[in-house]
Design a protein around this ligand. Structure first.
Ligand code: RTP
Ligand code: MG
Length: 140
């Protein structure tokens, strides 16, 4: 399979606990390469647009508040089958259901404060990457 790219966010619960390096180690151990990375504080408008697919969900307002509650690290990851590979090392949305050794099992605080985001399909990965990165910020 060809190289694929996925979009990742290290969420505010993880940056607050200084876990960026520990999460990046998990990413690299999974065979993924961090080809773009920056630390930002998302605006409310950015978070609302980014999670627009969840706008009608009961947890939407809490999710936007959480994602703007502190800095995040946005990343582009590259590797074989990167979207599925990253979802695997992230673990289940609810850390209670996540497999041993996954990022969410080891680091997540709750179903909401679950330390990382990863794209769920090639189409969403492309949109999410373009939302946060210019082409010349990604170095493969
Ligand atoms: P993500 O999009 O962040 O990679 O996570 P995911 O695919 O595993 O989960 P998704 O269903 O897309 O939900 C997006 C994020 O919303 C928060 N959430 N809170 N309170 C709740 O019941 C609830 N459910 C989801 C989580 O931060 C989840 O990652
Ligand atoms: Mg999702």
């Amino acid at each position: 399979m060809a190289l694929q790219r996925t979009f990742s966010i290290i969420k505010p619960d993880a940056t607050r606990r200084n876990l960026t390096g520990a999460i990046n180690a998990k990413i690299e151990e999974a065979g993924l390469r961090i080809v773009a990375q920056k630390r930002i504080h998302m605006t409310k408008a950015q978070a609302e647009t980014f999670y627009g697919v969840h706008a009608e969900r009961p947890f939407f307002n809490d999710l936007v508040s959480f994602m703007t509650s502190g800095p995040v690290v946005v990343q582009v990851l590259e590797g074989e089958d990167a979207i599925a590979a990253y979802r695997k090392v992230m673990g289940a949305t609810n850390p209670a259901n996540a497999e041993a050794g996954t990022i969410r099992k080891e680091f997540a605080e709750s179903i909401e404060a679950n330390s990382v985001h990863g794209s769920d399909a090639p189409e969403t990965a492309a949109v999410e990457i373009a939302y946060f990165f210019a082409g010349n910020e990604i170095v493969g």
